[in-house]
Design a protein. Structure first.
Length: 554
């Protein structure tokens, strides 16, 4: 059995690695204590974007007795108030996450644990009772990373379900389940994918998650606006901030107010998630280093740095913390056997500023800079990475998980929202014409942001109702964010060539994907005004592999 001194020395080495990465210093070796599979983490290059499983060099390993648990010194109360999560699975590994906190309104943002570094034991088993533990280890929960824990557990079987938990002292986290992806190139009969977005906490209860959990999906994709920067709310829906967050401590408090919710925790516990961000993780409609309000420009860099750091701390991402310059690469890819390649995009960090001063209902005839060749949604490097990935993909389905609507939503000369791809028409043409020129089939775009469910074919030479179909877009309603309101009737009656549209209901999207067909069901709830709600399928659309064009089933 390893002695306390052995464990302490190994943890000090592991914590040193975290700190050096966090500060942008040279990488250093570290001892990760594991039983069975390896816990790995490594530096990511800025280019190319990582694939799931591209995790750098594995740390060294030291076998320890399976019952070693770090002490909970100075911790008074349950440190697992924020639950657990997993994400970014590949055929042999998955990222496990938790974040220690006992006081979710602690004004320092450190969850009542202060500047003291802690550590946890993590365990992975093939059964819910943990009779067959196949991997275990000890991982730091350093104060400078908000006591967050990110463990990449390697050496797992492909296409397999597992259970996991964390322990510290006499406390044990909730037990959750996760899974690995199928082996590279393996034939896959079916993928059950759920995707969602836009969960404004103060707007109502997250009743949709009860039904998503009951579906038991293989994978959940979240497409941005996981948190909103707005304070307010009452009771269980209250955000304990007096103003919008601007510091790291305030963003940490914001995330805690969201992640304390038991419905969200249950959704994280049912399956691994793949997460990207949109604007509200920082502030509404920001574009790269440009804030929504020009008056905030002087302080925006520090605000964005804080928001990016808090985002990384709050999620099971297969990436390192933000770089020295404050940037955080979240675009990445993962594969699901021969069935699907998923490209997770970042439409915020690298985009050019919105044209025409931003805003909604822009008259295109009065906006000279609406369509300029230099405008970009993804940035040059991410565009090239995506193009290369799509052209190289041999999977049946090529899936883009991203933020804003690609389909043209234009009423006459009025562009509804230039924060969407409508504000970046040259970038949209490059995307869709690139797909067409390379003769890439079965491209499906998953979208959030607009608080409305929708489905549409995407065409060239434009994204309207003319031209050849080259891709297909599925849009998630908001989990709780309000719909389009008075604008809904105008959009619904505008003849926008939509296979499905629902501009008012909240919910999520359920996809059943096979080598022959992609079926999409739009699940909506009756209400977010109560803690529970019935749900129903408001619409179903099908897409046959190799045959362009969505078909409305119901």
């Amino acid at each position: 059995m390893a002695s306390d001194d052995d464990i302490r020395r190994a943890l000090e080495q592991r914590l040193l690695l975290h700190r050096r990465r966090f500060l942008g210093l040279a990488a250093a070796g570290a001892g990760a204590l594991v039983l069975g599979a390896c816990s790995t983490s490594g530096d990511q290059e800025a280019e190319p974007a990582p694939e799931a499983g591209d995790d750098g060099d594995p740390t060294t390993t030291t076998t320890i007795a399976p019952d070693e648990v770090p002490p909970a010194e100075g911790i008074d109360g349950d440190p697992f108030l924020l639950g657990v999560a997993s994400g970014d699975p590949d055929p042999t590994s998955v990222v496990l996450w938790t974040k220690l906190a006992t006081d979710l309104t602690d004004p320092t943002g450190l969850g009542g644990l202060g500047e003291v570094d802690h550590a946890v034991r993590w365990e992975v088993a093939t059964d819910e009772g943990f009779d067959d533990v196949v991997a275990a280890g000890i991982e730091p929960a350093p104060a400078e990373l908000g006591h967050s824990v990110h463990v990449t557990v390697d050496g797992l079987d492909a296409d397999a379900w597992y259970w996991y938990r964390f322990r510290i002292g006499d406390r044990t986290s909730p037990v959750a389940r996760t899974r690995t992806a199928p082996a590279e190139g393996a034939a896959v009969d079916e993928l059950r994918l759920a995707f969602a977005s836009c969960q404004l906490r103060t707007a109502g209860h997250w009743t949709a998650y009860d039904h998503l959990v009951a579906d038991e999906p293989d994978l959940v994709a979240f497409l941005g606006d996981y948190v909103y920067e707005y304070p307010g709310g009452t009771g269980d829906l209250a955000i304990p901030l007096d103003d919008e967050p601007r510091t790291l401590a305030e963003y940490r408090i914001l995330y805690a107010a969201y992640q304390r919710d038991p419905k969200l925790q249950a959704a994280h516990a049912v399956a691994p998630w793949v997460i990207t961000w949109d604007d509200h993780e920082v502030e509404n409609n920001y574009a790269a280093d440009v804030p929504e309000d020009d008056a905030d420009a002087a302080d925006f860099d520090e605000r964005r740095r804080a928001a990016y750091q808090a985002f990384w701390e709050a999620h099971p991402l297969r990436t390192d913390p933000p770089a020295d310059d404050g940037s955080l690469q979240v675009y990445r890819s993962l594969a699901w056997g021969a069935l699907a390649d998923l490209f997770v995009l970042d439409g915020r960090q690298y985009r050019t500023d919105q044209p025409c001063g931003g805003g909604v209902a822009i008259d295109a005839t009065e906006c000279e800079d609406l369509d300029t060749p230099v405008s970009t949604m993804l940035g040059t490097e991410q565009e090239a990475w995506l193009t290369d990935g799509l052209e190289a993909s041999e999977a049946t389905w090529k899936v883009l998980a991203q933020q804003t609507v690609v389909k043209a939503l234009v009423l006459g000369n009025i562009v509804l929202n230039v924060d969407q791809w409508d504000g970046y028409p040259s970038a949209r043409r490059r995307l869709l014409e690139g797909i067409a020129d390379a003769d890439i089939d079965n491209v499906v775009v998953l979208t959030g942001d607009i608080h409305a469910g929708g489905a549409a074919d995407l065409r060239v030479p434009d994204a309207g109702s003319d031209g050849d179909i080259v891709a297909h877009e599925l849009v998630a309603p908001g989990i709780s964010s309000p719909g389009l309101g008075a604008l809904a009737d105008a959009v619904a009656g505008a003849g926008l060539d939509l296979a499905y549209a629902n501009f008012s209901d909240n919910g999520y999207v359920r996809c059943t994907i096979t080598p022959e067909r992609w079926r999409t069901e739009f699940v909506v709830v009756d209400t977010i005004g109560a803690d529970t709600s019935p749900a129903s399928v408001a619409g179903t659309v099908d897409l046959q592999a190799g045959t362009p064009g969505l078909t409305t089933v119901s």
